[in-house]
Ligand binder design. Structure first.
Ligand code: G6P
Length: 471
């Protein structure tokens, strides 16, 4: 329990919440980080229950899962269409991932976005009390803080953006960019994944709505002061390692091992999303087999990509493209006893994935743009220190800001360059692999998931304290 002794002292709001169906301890990314913070503060996690209903609803379902209290609620079909598919995933997601060509904007979607953000704000108000601190997550919920303030809430408000934040010249493509910046100014504490996102944000606040940036970086707008900083999200190293060991020794892990037949494994595991650079990654793999003939028959690339956001057109199109390229690469290079590319359009439980990562000689993390990319960090934690694999990492992933010394960085747009880096990774001597892995492991040890949430919450507390003193 928190110092105040109040159960609701920390309220986390995010569009998705971990599903009890997935079982205890099997959550990824955001879920692990937030569950951790909540279980240490006896907090409550509030979000969408994943269901749609014909009409808008005010019902909230309360339950406990993995030692954390949850409050979840449905969306109407219309809200889901406008808020989730529409504004979140057809406007903000492509904009924040530097893909303005993929934006499908209309004003109705923005209206739906505000409506659902209002629903979140109302539901937060119904579970909070005077001791609550509220931590809002990600691009789907940017307006929640502002809507809470509008209804008189003066509690500490934090916001963490898991995606990149675009530069000014991109952000202003959004017709209501001023509103978006205005909404962000409602939070006392704002967190980004990298220094570049923070830079973009401050620049946008200044140019977009004329906010004042003080010498220490404090953002002042409309009488409110916000502290923005960098909090690179991370993972729970011990859990990841344990899962990887278990996964490797499980029947699934052993089956994979047998199927490899001593060939080195390259792996990619990403949601099926255009930001992940899968099409270019497949092309780079084809180039590897084309240019480095001795690799033919002597490497296996497994790409695990469960479908995601299937209601969004671009995602369906990407799926078709990947099926085509997989057929092309395998048709061109496969032998009767060797299939170069195993593309799996489905998900696996976390332990199996971690076991696969542990058995991989190379991880291919080559997004065209990514907030952080936790698979990069999970891959590191999953390795056997005696015989670690090599991380091939796009320099456009947030993780590259921390892991540049140990990973082999690449530019995912440069197909030849990626093919060369793949070959370098596959043929790297053990000693170099160990040294690189050790340097990346040290980075993780210095900033794991516990550190991440502690740092953010400490900043929230400090900013709240400062606000009280200023008043
Ligand atoms: C990214 C976003 C998350 C989102 C997740 C899955 O990691 O930053 O906010 O929840 O993708 O996407 P989905 O649309 O299925 O929630």
């Amino acid at each position: 329990m928190d110092e105040g002794g109040n159960l609701n002292s920390l309220i986390v709001a995010s569009n998705r919440v971990p599903s009890p169906d997935q079982g205890s301890g099997s959550q990824g990314g955001l879920a692990v980080g937030v569950m951790n913070a909540l279980s240490r503060t006896d907090g409550l996690w509030l979000g969408w229950n994943g269901n749609t209903e014909e009409a808008p609803s005010r019902d909230i379902d309360h339950y406990d899962f993995d030692g954390v209290r949850f409050a979840t609620f449905p969306m109407s079909v219309e809200q889901h269409r406008l808020f989730y598919i529409g504004y979140s995933n057809e406007v903000l997601w492509p904009l924040f991932h530097y893909r303005p060509d993929m934006i499908e904007y209309n004003r109705e979607k923005e209206r739906g976005y505000l409506e659902v953000n209002q629903l979140f704000a109302d539901n937060i108000r119904s579970v909070m009390d005077e001791s609550s601190r509220i931590w809002v997550h990600d691009y789907q919920l940017i307006a929640v803080g502002h809507l809470l303030r509008q209804s008189g809430v003066e509690a500490p408000l934090g916001f963490f953006l898991h995606t990149p934040f675009p530069p000014w010249d991109l952000l202003r493509i959004l017709p209501e960019y001023e509103n978006l910046l205005h909404y962000l100014s409602a939070y006392d504490t704002i967190g980004f994944q990298t220094d570049l996102d923070l830079y973009n944000f401050r620049d946008c606040m200044k140019r977009g709505i004329g906010a004042e940036i003080e010498e220490d970086g404090t953002i002042v707008f409309d009488g409110r002061r916000s502290q923005a900083d960098v909090y690179p999200i991370s993972i729970d190293i011990d859990t990841a390692r344990e899962m990887a060991e278990q996964g490797e020794n499980s029947p699934t892990g052993q089956r994979l091992k047998r199927s490899l037949n001593n060939r080195p494994l390259m792996i990619g595991t990403d949601r099926l999303d255009y930001s992940k650079g899968l099409y270019k990654r497949f092309q780079a793999y084809e180039r590897l087999l084309e240019r480095f003939e001795e690799r033919r028959g002597n490497v296996i690339y497994i790409q695990i990509s469960p479908s995601s956001r299937t209601d969004v057109e671009e995602y369906a199109a990407l799926r078709t493209t990947l099926e085509r390229v997989t057929g092309h690469v395998n048709g061109r290079f496969a032998e009767y006893d060797w299939m170069p590319l195993r593309y799996l359009n489905r998900g696996y439980d976390r332990a199996s994935i971690m076991g696969f990562l542990r058995q991989s000689r190379v991880a291919l993390i080559t997004p065209l743009r990514d907030g952080m990319n936790l698979v990069a960090k999970e891959f590191i934690a999953a390795q056997d220190p005696e015989d670690p694999g090599v991380l091939v990492l796009s320099h456009l992933a947030g993780a590259s800001r921390e892991l540049a010394d140990g990973a082999l960085l690449c530019n995912p747009f440069d197909i030849d360059g990626v093919a060369e880096v793949m070959e370098r990774a596959l043929s790297m001597p053990l000693e170099e692999r160990r040294a690189r892995w050790q340097s990346m492991m040290t980075v993780l040890q210095n900033n794991d998931i516990h550190q991440w949430s502690e740092n953010f919450l400490a900043a929230m507390n400090q900013n709240a304290e400062q606000r009280r003193e200023d008043q």
